[in-house]
Ligand binder design. Structure first.
Ligand SMILES: Cc1ncc(COP(=O)(O)O)c(C=O)c1O
Length: 407
C-alpha cells in the first residue's frame, strides 16, 4: 500500500537487499521449508565472556549506566578508542575527537548528514556495501560509482578514479578491508586515494569495520595516518564484527574537532547517545585481553577456508579465498546464470539464501555474496553441498533435454 505521507527522499530509496531477502526467507520458513541463511554480515559467535561480564557488572552498578551518558560517549570508551587509534593505527587521536555511535552505520549517517549538501557528489568504490549509496542519497547528495574491475583483481586505478572527479566531487569513501570482495587495499591504492583527496580537496570517509578480520599477512592501513590526511578524514570502526557484538550496537567515528562538533549536533538530536551499558562493555573489549577476539577471528578463518574451497570446486563457480572479512564473493558466470538468477536458483532449488552481487552496485554482476560467519561448520558445508547438487541436477536436466531434442 502506498504511504499517504511520504518524502521524496524516501520514495526514491530502494529497500535494503538484505532485508528484502530476509522477508522471503521468513515466508519460506512459514511454509515449512528450511532455508540456510548465508546473507547475514554478523558472525554467529558469542560475545567473549569478559565483555559480557562487564555489561553484567554495569547492570548491577548504580544509576550511572541507567541514564544518558555524555552524548559523545563514555569517557573510558573514548579514551580506549583514542589509545587504540594512536597505538594501532598511527592516528594522533584525542578522546574529544571521538563520538561513540549506534554502530558504524550511525557514524556514517552522521557524516553524510553533517558534511554533504544536495548536489554534492561522493565517490563510492563499487561493488560496495549497500548502505553507503542509501546514506549519501538520504543526505540529498549523489553517489558516483568508481568500479573496481574484476579483470584487474579489483585494484583501484588512477584512471578510474580521475575519470569520475568533477567540480561537484566532495568526498570519497574507502572501505578497507572491503565488503563484499574481502580485499585489503594495498599501500599504493591507499596512497592514490590520499593523493586524489589532497589534490581535489576531498573529505575521506574511511570505514575500517573489518580491520580485525584479516586472515593473511596483508597489512591494514588507516588512511588518516598518512601525511596531511587526518585533517580531511573521518575514520569509522566498531564492535559488531571482530567482537561479535552486532546486536549491542556500538561503533565510533574519529575526525577533526570542527567535523566532530557538527556530527555531534546530528547525533544529539537523533539518538542522544549510544546504549550506555553496551558502551561500558565496549570499553572492556578494547582494553581487555585479545583472546576472545582472536578466537572469533580464527573460527572465521576456518570457515572462510572451508566455504571458499568448497565453492571453488563447483563446476562453473570460481571463488578466490578472501583475505579478510566475512564473505566469499565467487564469480558464478560459468554456470550460465546471471547473479540474480543464480541467487534465486540457490534459494528455490538448494534452499540456501545468498545475495546477488549486483545489489552491491556496478562491478558486482556475475558474483554472489556468501556469508561464512555461521557457527555450525556442518551447516555451512551442507549448504554449499546443496548448491553443488542443485547445479549438477540442473546440468543433468539440460543434458537430458539436449538428448531428447536430438533426432
Ligand atoms: C563494511 C561495513 N561497514 C559497516 C557495517 C555496519 O556495522 P555496524 O553493525 O557497526 O553498524 C557493516 C556491516 O555489515 C559492514 O560490512
Amino acid at each position: 500500500m502506498e504511504a499517504k505521507w511520504e518524502s521524496e527522499r524516501v520514495r526514491e530509496l530502494t529497500p535494503s537487499a538484505t532485508i528484502d531477502l530476509g522477508d522471503r526467507i521468513k515466508r519460506l520458513h512459514a511454509s515449512g521449508r528450511d532455508v540456510l541463511n548465508l546473507i547475514s554480515g554478523a558472525p554467529e559467535f558469542d560475545t567473549p565472556p569478559e565483555i559480557k561480564r562487564e555489561a553484567h557488572a554495569a547492570l548491577e552498578e548504580d544509576h550511572r549506566y541507567m541514564t544518558y551518558s555524555l552524548s559523545s560517549g563514555l569517557w573510558d570508551l573514548r579514551r580506549a578508542v583514542a589509545d587504540k587509534l594512536r597505538g594501532e593505527n598511527g592516528i594522533a587521536a584525542h578522546p574529544d575527537q571521538i563520538i561513540v555511535t549506534v554502530g558504524v552505520k550511525e557514524g556514517i549517517a552522521l557524516a553524510t548528514q553533517a558534511c554533504l549538501d544536495p548536489g554534492d557528489e561522493v565517490l563510492l568504490l563499487t561493488p560496495g556495501w549497500v548502505t553507503y549509496d542509501a546514506l549519501v542519497r538520504l543526505a540529498g547528495a549523489e553517489p558516483v560509482s568508481v568500479p573496481l574491475r574484476k579483470g584487474s583483481g579489483r585494484m583501484l586505478t588512477d584512471a578510474d578514479l580521475a575519470a569520475r572527479i568533477t567540480p561537484r566531487t566532495r568526498a570519497i569513501l574507502l572501505n578497507t578491508p572491503h565488503n563484499p570482495t574481502g580485499r585489503v587495499f594495498g599501500p599504493a591504492e591507499v596512497e592514490l586515494i590520499a593523493e586524489t583527496a589532497r589534490r581535489h580537496d576531498l573529505l575521506v570517509l574511511a570505514d575500517e569495520t573489518l580491520e580485525y578480520l584479516v586472515y593473511t599477512n596483508a597489512l591494514h592501513r588507516s588512511i588518516a595516518a598518512l601525511p596531511a590526511m587526518a585533517e580531511r578524514t573521518l575514520t569509522f570502526n566498531g564492535f559488531s564484527k571482530a567482537f561479535s557484538m552486532a546486536g549491542w550496537r556500538v561503533g565510533y567515528v574519529h575526525g577533526t574537532p570542527p567535523l566532530v562538533a557538527n556530527m555531534l549536533k546530528v547525533h544529539q538530536h537523533l539518538v542522544t547517545c549510544a546504549n550506555v551499558v553496551a558502551q561500558k562493555a565496549a570499553a572492556a573489549a578494547l582494553g581487555g585481553p585479545e583472546g576472545g577476539r582472536a578466537g572469533i577471528r580464527s573460527g572465521l578463518a576456518d570457515r572462510r577456508n572451508l566455504v571458499a574451497r568448497a565453492l571453488d570446486s563447483i563446476p562453473g563457480v570460481r571463488c578466490p579465498v578472501p583475505e579478510a572479512g566475512l564473505f566469499c564473493f565467487p564469480d558464478i558466470a560459468g554456470t550460465g546464470m546471471d547473479d540474480r538468477e543464480f541467487a534465486d536458483f540457490c534459494l528455490e532449488e538448494a534452499r540456501v539464501a545468498v545475495l546477488p552481487g549486483s545489489a552491491f552496485g556496478a562491478g558486482g554482476e556475475d558474483h554472489v555474496r556468501i556469508a561464512f560467519g555461521r557457527r555450525s561448520t556442518d551447516a555451512l558445508a551442507a549448504g554449499i553441498e546443496r548448491i553443488r547438487e542443485a547445479l549438477s541436477r540442473r546440468e543433468r536436466a539440460a543434458a537430458g533435454d539436449g538428448l531428447r531434442a536430438a533426432p
